[in-house]
Design a protein around this ligand. Sequence first.
Ligand code: AMP
Ligand code: FE
Ligand code: FE
Ligand code: ZN
Length: 289
Amino acid sequence: MLIDLHTHSTASDGTDTPAGLVAAAAEAGVRVLAITDHDTTAGWAAAAAQAERSGVLLVPGAEVTCRAGARGGVTVHLLSLLHDPAHEPLAAALAASREGRLDRARRMTELLSEDFPITWDDVLARAASGAVVGRPHVADALVAAGVVRSRDEAFASLLADGSPYVLRLGAPHPVDAVRLVRAAGGVPVIAHALASARGRVLSEELLEEMAAAGMAGVEVDHRDHDEAARARLRDFAAASGLLTTGSSDYHGTGKANRLGEHTTSREAFERVLAEGTGAPVAGAELVLP
Ligand code: AMP
Ligand code: FE
Ligand code: FE
Ligand code: ZN
């Protein structure tokens, strides 16, 4: 039974609609799927409806953007699984992040438009209506304008961390985000904590602070983690009594990641179910694991 607890749809920067994502998961043999769009729960309803049709157990979630440290600091992504979407403090924090992202993407596009033929309308045209806007949509506009050939090429050049065209995102501190997710009944799992190719990674000290604040788990098996990173995270999780997950971080055609390429054990998933207050949406034919 394939369990994939970290995926994206067009509600953020994936390229499959929420329903398409669930259908693709069923096709790929994934029986338990979390939808974890960046800073939004907007895809949940359509994904749930499709889950019932596809016989997939859908775990509603989100990937909360966080930032720690001074002078740029480090970006941290915290998965929240099974939280209450109506919990006001968490909902307000996600809404603030979405607004900050829009403003940042608009200002980044202004900077780029001084040197390249792209406009804000071009970027908006690359995002689904109401989608949480991010660098991938700016990348798509650059591809459409013929400036680069792919999202990958954009992220390796104009949109790389440290590029003068890339502006910082305002975001909650990861320790505060862990507390917020718990308060909302969610299960906080840190995503790709040691993905060094994505830029600076967080310190062991911050990981410990997050664990002390109530973090439930650590994403270990992820394509951006090498063997050494996985071993370190597995040791950290064991020492701290945290669960470990594996997941695809699937984004559709915008990234090479395949659904179910890394998966989570049934035991770890049972802990997620026990710790979250929300319920997964079960496809009609599905026998709970
Ligand atoms: P942002 O949140 O706007 O700073 O953009 C970061 C997002 O871009 C992350 O969600 C990544 O999944 C995505 N991303 C990072 N590198 C790449 C890449 N090479 N190709 C496609 N998407 C990427
Ligand atoms: Fe993404
Ligand atoms: Fe992420
Ligand atoms: Zn992700």
